[in-house]
Design a protein around this ligand. Structure first.
Ligand code: C2E
Ligand code: MG
Ligand code: MG
Ligand code: MG
Length: 291
């Protein structure tokens, strides 16, 4: 019975209703043209401090504003750019917009760390570090305000140039984050060898961990591992109140997920911030003994 349920869950679509029934397959030419036409736009999802409720940063998540198909999600075009060998062009557009946005927020008095997602190819082509250094100095954004999230499954093809890029970025004080932790195969080796500041526990281990002992074991082990290595630990996929309460109980530093806020256009952030402040008190989201 349990096995049947697990299987059914495994086979079910991941985010029902999020994508149109007919998922269009885009060609490399279409995606490339979209990048050049400026049709990609960053949405931002908040990351909050679990103890204080403070918003510590946002993650830039790219969307394609397709002229006729509407908003297209990254899983439908990022892999196309990766396979087509031009994902570095996408990364440049995303990084540039993120750095400019970080500047806008800094000018508005919002000290938000802005995270971008990068692909393995960006790190092996030996240009990401130069590019990030150039972009941040052009906008006068301190590199410690920019975070670079790397998915470990993509890190597995590790080569020396990758390590080189990461060390250069780290020396310049960019923040490095290991994304979707637990989903790859060589996570422990990556943690041993690479200079990360932050570990993001994959959302498949966060949501429902309060009700599932196996998930909770993996969740807590990842949390402790990150902490023992002196990293910030982020739990992604915080979808409900029970998820949130578990983080507070276990001492996770940072939370991200639909319960806190969905990805949103940059200009929606200020009003989300006001709603969040109100919710913190109205819903009693902070630990009672705080202060
Ligand atoms: P990710 O970096 O792990 O980003 C988190 C994804 O989980 C986002 O999906 C976000 O909308 C979703 N998410 C956040 N909170 C929740 C939650 O509580 N529940 C659930 N079920 N989902 C949640 P999105 O925006 O569709 O991005 C998917 C992936 O696409 C990202 O995963 C990232 O790997 C990739 N991606 C996004 N933007 C870029 C980019 O600019 N460059 C590259 N190379 N990859 C990107
Ligand atoms: Mg990410
Ligand atoms: Mg992630
Ligand atoms: Mg993920």
């Amino acid at each position: 019975e349990a096995l049947r349920a697990a299987l059914a869950q495994h086979l079910a679509p991941r985010a029902p209703g999020r994508h149109p029934a007919t998922r269009k397959v885009y060609t490399a030419e279409e995606v490339h043209a979209a990048i050049e036409a400026g049709q990609l736009v960053n949405w931002y999802q908040p990351k909050v401090d679990v103890k204080t409720g403070e918003v510590v940063g946002v993650e830039a998540l790219v969307r394609w504003q397709h002229p006729t198909d509407g908003l297209v999600f990254p899983d439908q075009f990022v892999p196309v750019a990766e396979n087509g060998g031009f994902v570095h062009e996408l990364t440049r557009v995303v990084a540039r917009a993120a750095v400019i946005q970080a500047r806008v927020w800094l000018d508005a008095g919002l000290k938000l760390r802005v995270a971008i997602n990068v692909s393995m190819d960006d790190l092996s082509t030996l240009t990401l570090a130069d590019h990030m250094i150039a972009e941040t100095s052009a906008e006068g954004v301190p590199p410690q305000h920019i975070q670079i999230e790397i998915t470990e499954s993509r890190l597995m093809r590790s080569v020396t140039s990758v390590l080189d890029q990461l060390i250069r970025l780290r020396l310049k004080r960019f923040r490095l984050s290991i994304d979707d932790f637990g989903q790859g195969h060589s996570s422990l080796a990556q943690l041993r060898d690479l200079p990360f500041d932050e570990l993001k526990i994959d959302r498949s281990f966060t949501h429902n961990a309060a009700h599932d002992g196996r998930l909770r074991a993996i969740f807590e082990a990842s949390l402790n591992l990150g902490r023992m290595l002196g990293m910030d630990v982020v739990a992604e996929g915080v979808e409900d109140r029970d998820d949130w309460d578990l983080l507070a109980e276990k001492g996770v530093t940072i939370a991200q997920g639909y319960f806190i806020g969905r990805p949103m256009p940059a200009d929606a952030l200020q009003s989300w911030l006001r709603e969040w402040e109100a919710r913190l008190w109205q819903d009693g989201l902070l630990p009672q003994d705080h202060d």
